[in-house]
Design a protein around this ligand. Structure first.
Ligand code: GAP
Length: 571
């Protein structure tokens, strides 16, 4: 898909999500709040279906008595639901308090904040860079940008002044654009990044290599650390003692309950604890619709296993989780499994693979993370036993303060596992498949969004927008229509609707032409439409129409429930 086509698909999808009630900007009537999104009546059903599919496939339907294909052995799965606010020591020992930061830069002119590693991408999307490239007769994909003095001066005096008022070229040269700086830039070809850095640096500091602000062209500050955890206070007094954090991941709630789960159930290693819940990160640049939000939902498993078999389990979970997305309809050419290089690994990880999707809002060839599957070794349970760990010469050791004491003390509780059969005591290793429910919802929507042509009532080809969502994920499973609002058709259709409603989320509609009713359901991904027509009055059958194949067939009206069950693959 070309970049322009992908952008237009994304614009249409965003518009559809608002128009049909999938997603709204949070607090929209007050102008919205960046990085927060509300799910509307259809969006909430989609996200619930994703959560329920995940929970059912990973936890409830998991058979602990048999060995699934690819797994080293049978295993057990249980779930928990921990609180969002936890003891602040949790985040000190986990490393989040000291290390959960992004590197940011701010603009000295417009004061906007940017994640340092995103400045390049943001400049590629920036209106002033696009306009500059147009004025120079180039595109962002050109390896060399030839700069003619006349074109540069014309741009600077016109659109440049409006779109990039902070740009050093404009500020330092104060109207005298035939200045030393213009002459230093014009008359030769540049690589895009060198050119942007040059335009953004003032006459005096001509050699700087830092990129300008994507918003206004102003100078960016040196990169500095910014912790992503939202702070809050527990109780009436607001001081350091009462300060705690909204969880930035659900994982820690599982680690601190490891012993509780072991002591209160009969699970034995290998086993996994699953949790779904909200997480919060004060992202510097929330962007790409819901992809990078400040409040989002995670679906995480912490899988505890013996260190000896941990790499086999890591490979099992990596492949199992990849398959889950394929089974629910993500096409394999837009989905990929990518192993992290050693430099990319997080401080705790000895192996990580990302499941990534080529979202249409990303530049061609780029993928965005849907889920990370990490081998975390014994880092987490050890941290909550001993205190914050740091890596030294390839091993984790307790971090000490200037007095030689633990910088952050652990709980001191024994989180080791005793195997009664082998009589072995050890700290289990952890494999963590960590997925985002919102990113999954966005990927399923992007994949499902399709435009095709179908014949209308007169057989003429007409354009339609259809969400080809997997039936398990579709917000509405079937719509029930009377063909016309007379001859007892509405009465029969309402009766069928009432019966179906006890089993599935279905929708009743008797307004407008039948073709329009089909289109409205196609647009929100309803896989089946059931129509009561003239023949129903004679032989008691109704038509069922398939959203994707457009095939129609007849079933007895009493058989709608079992037929829909069969179509949805339900027992
Ligand atoms: N416990 C490990 C962990 O939290 P992560 O890679 O930071 O790992 C896991 O997050 C998943 O959570 C990501 O793959 C993504 O799906 C989701 N996620 C993370 N940050 C997000 C954000 N700002 N907005 C939406 N989803 C996010």
């Amino acid at each position: 898909m070309s970049e322009a086509k992908a952008r237009s698909v994304m614009d249409q999808l965003v518009a559809l999500c608002k128009r049909r009630g999938f997603l709204f900007q949070s607090s929209e009537i007050y102008g919205g709040i960046n990085g927060f999104w509300d799910y509307g009546p259809l969006g909430v059903e989609l996200k619930r279906n994703i959560r329920e599919a995940w929970w059912y496939d990973m936890v409830t339907s998991h058979n602990d008595l048999v060995c699934p294909p690819g797994a080293p052995s049978p295993y057990e799965m249980v779930g928990i639901d921990a609180t969002i606010i936890m003891h602040p020591q949790v985040w000190k020992c986990s490393g989040h308090y000291d290390q959960f930061h992004d590197i940011m830069q701010s603009c000295r002119e417009c004061k906007r904040l940017f994640r340092a590693d995103q400045v390049g991408d943001l400049l590629r999307e920036s209106p002033w860079v696009e306009s500059l490239m147009g004025a120079l007769g180039c595109s962002l994909n050109d390896t060399q940008v030839p700069v003619r003095e006349e074109a540069l001066v014309r741009w600077a005096q016109g659109k440049g002044r409006k779109l990039a008022p902070g740009l050093a070229l404009l500020r330092s040269c104060e109207g005298n654009l035939a200045s030393q700086q213009v002459r230093a830039i014009a008359g030769r070809s540049w690589n895009l990044w060198e050119l942007l850095a040059k335009l953004g640096s003032s006459c005096e500091e001509g050699n700087t290599t830092s990129l300008p602000c994507p918003e206004c062209g102003g100078e960016l500050t040196e990169p500095r650390e910014f912790n992503l955890m939202f702070e809050t206070y527990v109780g009436a007094v607001r001081d350091e003692q009462s300060k705690t954090f909204l969880r930035p991941e659900t994982a820690q709630g599982i680690f601190v309950n490891f012993k509780n789960v072991l002591d209160s159930t009969r699970v034995r290693i290998p086993f996994g604890i699953a949790q779904i819940g909200k997480s919060f990160r004060n992202e510097i640049t929330p962007r790409y619709f819901t992809f990078r939000s400040r409040e989002f939902e995670q679906m995480e498993i912490e899988f505890f296993c013996h260190p000896r078999t941990s790499f086999e389990w890591y490979r099992y979970w990596r492949d199992r989780r990849f398959r889950w997305y394929v089974e629910l309809g993500l096409s394999s050419e837009r989905l990929r499994l990518r192993d992290h290089s050693p430099e990319e690994l997080s401080h705790y990880s000895c192996g990580t693979a990302d499941i990534e999707y080529a979202f249409p809002f990303l530049p061609p060839g780029q993928f965005g993370e849907l889920e990370g599957v990490a081998h975390r070794g014994d880092f987490d349970l050890r941290s909550h036993m001993e205190g914050k760990l740091i890596r030294q010469n390839g091993c984790f050791v307790l971090e000490l303060n200037e007095k030689g004491e633990p910088k952050y003390r652990g709980s001191g509780k024994d989180l080791m596992y005793y195997d009664e059969v082998t009589q072995e005591r050890y700290i289990p290793h952890v494999i963590e498949p960590s997925a985002g429910a919102d990113r999954a919802a966005l990927a399923f929507l992007c994949e499902a969004f399709t435009e095709d042509e179908v014949p209308d009532e007169k057989g003429q080809p007409t354009k339609r927008t259809v969400l080809r969502l997997h039936p398990r994920l579709a917000p509405i499973k079937a719509a029930v229509f009377p063909l016309v609002k007379k001859d007892l058709m509405p009465e029969i259709a309402r009766e069928i609707y009432g019966e179906l409603k006890r089993h599935f989320n279905v929708f009743y509609d008797e307004k407008g032409a039948i073709g329009r009713r089909y289109r409205r359901q196609d647009e929100v991904g309803t896989p089946f439409c059931i129509t009561v027509d003239g023949q129903t009055l004679q032989d008691g059958t109704v038509t069922i129409r398939d959203r994707d194949t457009l095939k129609q067939w007849r079933v007895k009206k009493e058989d709608c429930v079992p037929e829909l069950r069969r179509l949805l693959g339900l027992p």
